[in-house]
Design a protein around this ligand. Structure first.
Ligand SMILES: Cc1cc2nc3c(=O)[nH]c(=O)nc-3n(C[C@H](O)[C@H](O)[C@H](O)COP(=O)(O)O)c2cc1C
Length: 283
C-alpha cells in the first residue's frame, strides 16, 4: 500500500514531522509512506492561479491508497498552514481527498495531545469538496510530545505508545484495503463523476439475497410484493464466498461494466422474473 503523509505545519522544527518520519521507518515493511511538506506553499486565495506544486501534491494524494495527516494543535484547532493546504485541496479541479481513506494523528506539548485539533480536522475532512473517508475512532494523540518523541532522531520513546500506534496503523490499513471495492465503484460527489478506476482489474462486492421472507422477517405480516425479493446469484456468477442470505461476487471493472451496471440498492425482483436479477448490491 502507498500512503501519503502530510506534515500539518510550516514550522521548521516539528514533533508532528518527526512522528511521520518515525511511522515511515517503523512501518517500512508493511507500507510505503511518502512524506509531503506544506511549509513553503502559498496561503490559499480564491484569486490566485493554482500553483504547480499544489497540483503536483494533489495528483500524488489522488494516486495514493490513503493519506495520513499529522496535525499540531494551535489555539485548540489545526494550524493556519494546514487549513490553507486543505482549502487548496478542495478548490477548483482539485479534490484529491474525495473517497480517500485518511488517518489522523497528532502531537502537541499539552497533555491532551491535539484532541481539539483532531476533532476539528475530522469535521473539515467531511466538508463538501473534501469528502474524505476518515478512519473512525482510533484516535492517536501524542502528549506531551517532548517526552514521547525524540525530535533529533525521529524516534518515539515510549513502548506502550508505539504499540498503540501499531494497532491503530494496522486498523487503518485494514480500513483502507476494505474500502478499495467501494472506492472503485463510488461516484465522486463533488464533480458527479463516475468512478475513475474503471478498467483497473477486479473488485469484490457483497450481494444480499432474501430467499425466504418468512425466515428473514418471521411473522412480519409484511406485504410480500412491497419488499425487495432477491433469491440467489446467477448460475454463472463469479461467486467467491457465500453464506445464509449473502454472497460475494467478483466483478471485472471495465468502462462498460460501470456504465451498464448502475449501483442498485434493494432492487425489487418480480417473482415471475427471478432469473433477471441476482441480488441487491451493497456497493
Ligand atoms: C500559536 C500556538 C498555539 C498553540 N496552542 C496550543 C493548544 O491549543 N494546545 C496545545 O496542546 N498546544 C498548543 N501549542 C503548542 C504546540 O503543541 C507546540 O508548539 C507543538 O510543538 C506544535 O507541534 P509541532 O511541534 O509539530 O510544530 C500552541 C503553539 C503555538 C505556536
Amino acid at each position: 500500500m502507498n500512503y501519503v503523509a502530510i506534515v500539518g505545519t510550516n514550522a521548521r522544527k516539528s514533533y508532528n514531522r518527526s512522528l511521520l518520519w518515525f511511522m515511515k521507518k517503523h512501518f517500512n515493511a508493511q507500507a510505503n509512506i511518502e512524506i509531503v511538506e506544506i511549509a513553503d506553499l502559498p496561503l490559499f486565495s480564491e484569486d490566485a492561479e493554482t500553483p504547480v506544486r499544489i497540483a503536483e501534491i494533489a495528483r500524488q494524494i489522488a494516486a495514493s491508497d490513503g493519506a495520513i495527516i499529522s496535525t499540531p494543535e494551535y489555539d485548540h484547532s489545526i494550524t493556519a498552514a494546514l487549513k490553507s493546504f486543505v482549502e487548496w485541496m478542495s478548490y477548483g479541479d482539485l479534490h484529491p481527498f474525495t473517497n480517500l481513506p485518511v488517518m489522523i494523528v497528532g502531537a502537541s506539548l499539552g497533555r491532551q495531545g491535539t484532541n481539539n485539533a483532531q476533532e476539528h480536522l475530522r469535521q473539515i475532512m467531511d466538508a463538501p469538496g473534501i469528502d474524505a473517508f476518515v478512519l473512525p475512532g482510533n484516535q492517536f494523540l501524542v502528549g506531551p510530545a517532548a517526552t514521547n518523541i525524540d525530535i533529533k532522531t525521529d524516534d518515539m520513546t515510549d513502548a506502550r505508545t508505539i504499540s498503540f500506534l501499531e494497532t491503530i496503523f494496522q486498523n487503518f490499513m485494514v480500513f483502507a484495503k476494505s474500502l478499495q471495492p467501494m472506492r472503485a465503484m463510488a461516484f465522486d460527489r463533488t464533480s458527479g463523476a463516475a468512478p475513475t478506476v474503471a478498467g483497473k482489474g477486479v473488485v469484490e462486492s457483497v450481494k444480499l439475497g432474501y430467499a425466504n421472507l418468512e425466515k428473514v422477517m418471521p411473522g412480519s405480516g409484511l406485504d410480500v410484493d412491497a419488499v425487495p425479493t432477491v433469491i440467489a446469484p446467477d448460475a454463472d456468477a463469479p461467486v467467491v464466498e457465500q453464506g445464509d442470505g449473502w454472497w460475494i461476487e467478483k466483478t471485472t471493472l471495465t468502462d462498460d461494466v460501470v456504465a451498464s451496471q448502475p449501483v442498485t440498492v434493494g432492487a425489487t425482483v418480480d417473482d415471475d422474473e427471478e432469473d433477471a436479477t441476482t441480488g441487491a448490491s451493497m456497493f
